[in-house]
Design a protein around this ligand. Structure first.
Ligand code: ZN
Length: 157
């Protein structure tokens, strides 16, 4: 981890600006899409899980990570436009099958569940679990639920 952090620290201002530009562009696209489809945005709470894993020192370093930055950009753009953002505890979302809830196995980019014979892209499976949790939180809070969907759902119909 120290080696990786060293490499990140060496990223200069110019590169940092380029990364920020890209992250702003991606976050704007996601937020625009949510606005157009009247959707809410569900995000895994990356910070919480890392805190448990590696402690506060690692968590501070996390601020330089693009994924963490991206989630922050999405959050403030969405709040600005009044789009609902639900943060979800990410624990086990990559390990559990989103169809049946049992523990599956991840091999590379593929997720396989032995319990129900379901398999799909591992990131998709994780995203579906995050979305399900978000919907559950929203229902508990009694908030109005707009159409939650993922890009993949939208593509398949
Ligand atoms: Zn399953």
């Amino acid at each position: 981890m120290k080696k990786a952090y060293g490499a990140i620290k060496k990223i200069g201002d110019k590169e940092q600006r380029m990364v920020n530009d890209i992250l702003h562009k991606i976050s704007r696209e996601i937020v625009d899409e949510a606005l157009e489809t009247d959707a809410m945005i569900a995000m895994g709470n990356l910070k919480g899980i890392r805190e448990n894993d590696k402690g506060k020192r690692f968590n501070r370093k996390l601020n330089g990570f693009p994924y963490y930055k991206l989630s922050k950009f999405i959050e403030y753009k969405a709040r600005w436009l009044g789009i609902k953002v639900v943060k979800v505890n990410e624990r086990n979302t990559s390990k559990l099958c989103h169809k049946c809830g049992n523990r599956g196995v991840r091999r590379g980019s593929l997720f396989k569940c032995a319990s129900c014979n379901y398999s799909c892209n591992a990131d998709y499976n994780g995203a579906m679990n995050i979305m399900k949790r978000a919907m559950c939180y929203t229902r508990m809070a009694g908030a109005a639920l707009t159409q939650p969907l993922t890009r993949q759902d939208e593509a398949s119909g």
